[in-house]
Ligand binder design. Structure first.
Ligand code: SF4
Length: 279
């Protein structure tokens, strides 16, 4: 069986940065309790790795008082982080810069008097973190259930912003609606470069194989988007580990493609390649 690996694979810059911060901290602060506030990234194997190193997952920032809290890559509301620091909490912010940029855009647009529409997954930590501080001025648009008929009013000034891991085509379609319904529309395509490149490269691979495999956490937003996009091209499986595959599915497959979410570690990809080489 031929195995085609997508060009864009492995951790993205935001994930690498967050894990580097956590690694440095666990190395330097051996006698201090280290907390990840929420899951540092959306991958269970990575989380287990850090749990084994003694990192504790805290639900709330307040749970980190007796140690050092690391803000997950998807972020926390800036007001919460700043308040905790003022109160004497030791906090390391490992939020991805592309996520933080969204908070900065929201703040700027709210100050200019624009109504904000944030398109993404309604309950995703990134969306919650980005919107929390200005929730009165923000409408979250769940990209899956967006219905133009629910927006039959004419708006004066609106800013439309995307979650970092959205599908670009989906965002553009929704943005077009706002362009035709608002007097002044500011459109921010804040989908991060890693997401865009990975989606394009995965689709190219999917077009040219018999079966596509997307490796990554079931709760990872960018992995789910990769699965959705590849599924439109070819039969696609979303697996956390290759060991979940039912071997029967590989019968008659001559060419298999592999892509992975931005939080999927290399060893899970290598494990999949080694497994598939046997067929
Ligand atoms: S997928 Fe994009 S936004 Fe998310 S952590 Fe990676 S670089 Fe940052």
């Amino acid at each position: 069986m031929e195995i085609v690996i997508s060009d864009e694979i492995g951790f993205c810059s935001g994930v690498r940065l967050a894990l580097k911060k956590l690694d440095e901290l666990t190395e330097k602060e051996k006698n201090t309790k280290i907390y990840s506030i929420g899951e540092i990234i959306h991958n269970q194997d990575v989380i287990d790795h850090y749990k084994n190193k003694g990192v504790i997952i805290a639900k709330e920032i307040e749970d980190t008082k007796d140690g050092i809290g690391v803000v997950r890559a998807h972020g926390l509301p800036l007001s919460m982080v700043n308040k905790a620091k003022e109160e004497g909490y030791r906090i390391i912010d490992a939020t991805c810069p592309f996520v933080r940029k969204i908070s900065a855009i929201i703040e700027e647009e709210v100050k200019k008097g624009f109504k904000i529409f944030l398109v993404g997954e309604e309950n995703h930590p990134e969306v919650i973190a980005s919107s929390y501080d200005y929730k009165e001025n923000i409408t979250i648009i769940d990209y899956k259930s967006f219905n133009p008929e629910n927006f039959d009013f004419k708006l004066n000034k609106c800013a439309i912003i995307s979650q970092t891991t959205l599908e670009e085509e989906v965002f553009i379609e929704i943005a077009k609606f706002f362009l035709s319904h608002c007097y002044e529309t500011h459109i921010y395509n804040t989908i991060c470069p890693a997401t865009k490149k990975r989606q394009r490269s995965a689709v190219e691979v999917a077009k040219n194989v018999d079966l596509m495999i997307v490796l990554g956490g079931k709760n990872s937003s960018n992995t789910k988007r990769l699965y959705e996009k590849c599924s439109r091209e070819k039969k696609t499986l979303h697996l956390e580990r290759i060991t979940e595959i039912k071997p029967d599915i590989l019968k008659n497959v001559k060419k298999v493609g592999i892509t992975a979410g931005t939080s999927t570690p290399d060893w899970i990809i290598e494990e999949a390649i080694e497994f598939l080489k046997r067929y």
